[in-house]
Design a protein around this ligand. Structure first.
Ligand SMILES: Cc1cc2nc3c(=O)[nH]c(=O)nc-3n(C[C@H](O)[C@H](O)[C@H](O)COP(=O)(O)OP(=O)(O)OC[C@H]3O[C@@H](n4cnc5c(N)ncnc54)[C@H](O)[C@@H]3O)c2cc1C
Length: 315
């Protein structure tokens, strides 16, 4: 028996969320006394596939010929290789969200999303998962023979173990149901899902012409940029930057919120951040109750001063 993990790639390269899923699979496999098998789909070089060994995969099954968004063909392929599998692990990505539920239906497996830690019991398999938009942690027990676990973003971290893996090319007889014509990066230099630091701004910035200082601060910190819902609704910023209950859920190490009131729907998508800093001219803004650090002040005064201070430290 083994733990199977989906190792998603972006144009042939793995990202942090993939290595995090493999690290999680390895720690779970240790508890179960099993090995980790990674399933990779698409054209990925052997050098890149070998990196999976460093996070705990002992074997990599590599299949090409299926489009990344083809959830039917991908879940069929997964099911073919899940016979001797106890747990299947997915990172929190759009593709995983398409594949995991289909696979659960095919395998009649229990499925748990937003999982934050390795199982604290294996008989029966019991894990902690986020619920109520991250405001509560739930203890969930799985009663099926196989379990599908999908991780909460940035919840687990990376564990390098310096191992090697065997790579096996597998052929697929799956009929393509989807062909991807092309992909276009939505916005931003750093992906929100992967960002360690996010600088986010809201309606307090008054207009799109004032985002220069937000971008400058983000560049200095090596951060991704985000925004509140009304800001993307009005068209000041692209929809891809909208975070919150109805936007992206993020969990960076540092979240800087500038001119954002801190409505519950916004906090729902950002309150898993390790440290939150709020800048707001209103000392009563709800964000200050959730933030670790707060600056009461006018963003047009505070942010340029913050930029100057960071430049001084960097120099
Ligand atoms: C079903 C539903 C889902 C929703 N989903 C989301 C979601 O996913 N994400 C989301 O963000 N919202 C969401 N909302 C909207 C949410 O309720 C708030 O309306 C929204 O988050 C407010 O955005 P804001 O803080 O940018 O704007 P505002 O509420 O207008 O707040 C602006 C803030 O800027 C401060 N400010 C003003 N001028 C300055 C200045 N010069 N310097 C510093 N601070 C200043 C003000 O004091 C204020 O606190 C949702 C609402 C509903 C009903």
């Amino acid at each position: 028996m083994s733990v199977l993990v989906y190792t998603e790639n972006w144009k042939g390269s793995f990202r942090k969320s993939t290595f995090e899923a493999v690290s999680y699979a390895k720690e779970t496999a240790k508890l179960l006394g099993m090995d980790v098998v990674a399933l990779s789909i698409g054209d990925v070089s052997d050098d890149e596939l070998n990196k999976l060994g460093n996070y705990g995969a002992s074997k990599v099954l590599s299949a090409s010929g299926i489009a990344k968004g083809d959830s039917q063909a991908t879940s069929n392929l997964f099911a073919e290789h899940a016979t001797n599998v106890k747990v299947i692990v997915f990172a929190s990505t759009y593709t995983s969200k398409m594949i995991a539920p289909r696979l659960a239906a095919k395998l009649k497996a229990g499925i748990l999303s937003n999982v934050v830690d390795i199982p604290f019991s294996t008989t029966p398999l019991t894990v902690s998962r986020k619920s109520f938009s991250g405001k509560a942690i739930e203890k969930a027990i799985v009663n099926t023979e196989k379990t599908i676990i999908s991780l909460a973003p940035n919840a687990f971290g990376l564990i390098e173990c310096g191992g090697d893996c065997n790579i096996e090319q597998i052929s697929t007889s799956q009929t393509r149901s989807v062909t991807i014509e092309g992909e276009e990066i939505a916005t931003g230099k750093i992906s929100l899902a992967e960002a360690e630091i996010i600088v986010s701004a809201g309606r307090g910035l008054k207009g799109p012409e004032n985002w220069g200082m937000v971008e400058e601060l983000a560049d200095l910190l090596g951060a991704a940029t985000a925004c509140s819902k009304p800001v993307s609704d009005i068209g000041w910023r692209p929809h891809g930057e909208h975070v919150g209950q109805t936007g992206k859920a993020v969990a960076p190490n540092l979240y800087v919120a500038i001119g954002i009131s801190g409505a519950i729907q916004h906090l729902a998508g950002v309150n898993s951040s390790k440290v939150m800093v709020a800048v707001n001219s209103d000392a009563e803004a709800p964000f200050f109750k959730a933030a670790d650090y707060g600056i009461v002040g006018d963003a047009f005064d505070v942010i340029p001063r913050l930029i100057d201070e960071i430049k001084k430290v960097k120099n």
